[in-house]
Design a protein around this ligand. Structure first.
Ligand code: XMP
Length: 326
């Protein structure tokens, strides 16, 4: 478990049987590593931390404490799903922290994207550290490190999500999926019984919807991002595009446009629909999405999302555009 190099002899986990064998092996290893001590995990609800949580719950039950920080920048329904799956269904010891106001207050008026990322990253560490200090007897920190994170320690995750725990919080690491590729982590998650929409979800940036609410985040625009994103995901799923299009989301820029409603001019936000196909996020193409579907999404956004009078579809490939807007 201490090696960071995947042995050449290690079989690719591509069947439920191999996933099961991996789970059994890891349960033994985790129990041997952890003994009777407590383990702490920051559970975002993303694939990697969710799989590690489910694995540890199976191995050591309530010796694991999961901390879920709701920073207000998660997609619609995500914090609720984390509580439902981990606390209610898997019986986890889950600390749910509602830090929405705290994050949004810190972000108020901040326009620079990298400063926004830094604030979100730092605030996250601060909230997590505060929760960690409330617990006694924690010896281990579990993390959803996966093999690409080790191979590309200069890569996207490391580049964007900087930061570490403060000096007074020293834990030994428990990283049971660190030698697995993403598809293997999903296979293990599936075998552990996690829901499909958790296991097969599209890439989602650490700063979440915060980078899709362009410029200074306001609560009204953030809700427009969250609501339009939920509609887009639902309609893509209904159209059978889930898992076929690599990443899709909505963005709300920080300027308004003129519209007309009930004979009166309006001054409202616009929603940009972004959908891309990619292998590793270094380049991306734009899928041909049927107009019929786009019209349906537009109509729902007009009807259901407050403060929006315009919907656009982004045609930009990477390069020259990046996938996210900031
Ligand atoms: P860009 O916008 O650079 O995005 O083309 C490439 C991939 O990285 C994701 N992304 C992030 N992931 N923290 C993350 O964990 C971030 O700050 C961040 N910014 C972009 C993006 O969603 C895409 O999949």
């Amino acid at each position: 478990m201490d090696s960071n190099v995947r042995p050449e002899t290690m079989a690719r986990i591509n069947t439920p049987e191999l996933a099961k064998a991996f789970i059994d092996e890891q349960i033994t290893k985790i129990r041997a590593q952890v003994g009777n001590d407590r383990v702490l995990l920051a559970l975002s609800g993303g694939v990697d931390s969710s799989v590690v949580a489910a694995l540890l719950i199976k191995a050591i039950g309530r010796q694991l404490t999961c901390v879920h920080v709701n920073h207000g920048l998660l997609r619609k329904g995500e914090p609720e799903q984390v509580v439902k799956v981990f606390r209610e269904e898997l019986g986890a010891d889950l600390v749910y922290v509602d830090a929405v106001d705290r994050f949004l207050d810190k972000l108020a008026g901040v326009t620079d994207p990298e400063t926004k990322r830094k604030i979100i990253g730092k605030e996250f560490i601060d909230v997590f550290a505060e929760e960690a200090r409330k617990l006694t007897g924690v010896k281990f920190l579990a993390q959803g490190t996966i093999y690409p994170d080790i191979l590309e320690s200069h890569g996207i995750k490391a580049h964007h999500n900087v930061g570490g725990l403060p000096e007074d919080l020293k834990f030994e690491l428990c990283e049971p999926v660190k030698l697995l590729y993403k598809d293997e982590v999903r296979m293990v998650g599936k075998e552990l019984g996690l829901p499909d929409n958790m296991v097969y979800r599209q890439p989602f940036p650490g700063p979440g919807l915060g980078v899709r609410c362009v410029g200074a985040i306001t609560r009204d625009r953030l809700e427009a991002v969250r609501e339009s994103d939920a509609i887009l995901r639902e309609e893509f799923a209904n159209a059978g595009l889930e898992g076929k299009v690599w990443q899709y989301f909505t963005v709300v820029p920080d300027f308004t446009s003129t519209g007309i409603k009930d004979g009166k001019r309006t001054d409202d936000w616009m929603v940009v629909i972004r959908a891309v196909n990619s292998v590793d996020a270094t380049s991306a193409t734009v899928p041909e999405v049927p107009y019929e579907l786009l019209f349906k999404i537009r109509d729902r956004i007009f009807k259901e999302v407050k403060g929006v009078n315009r919907v656009l579809y982004d045609l930009s490939t990477k390069p020259l555009a990046t996938i996210e807007y900031e």
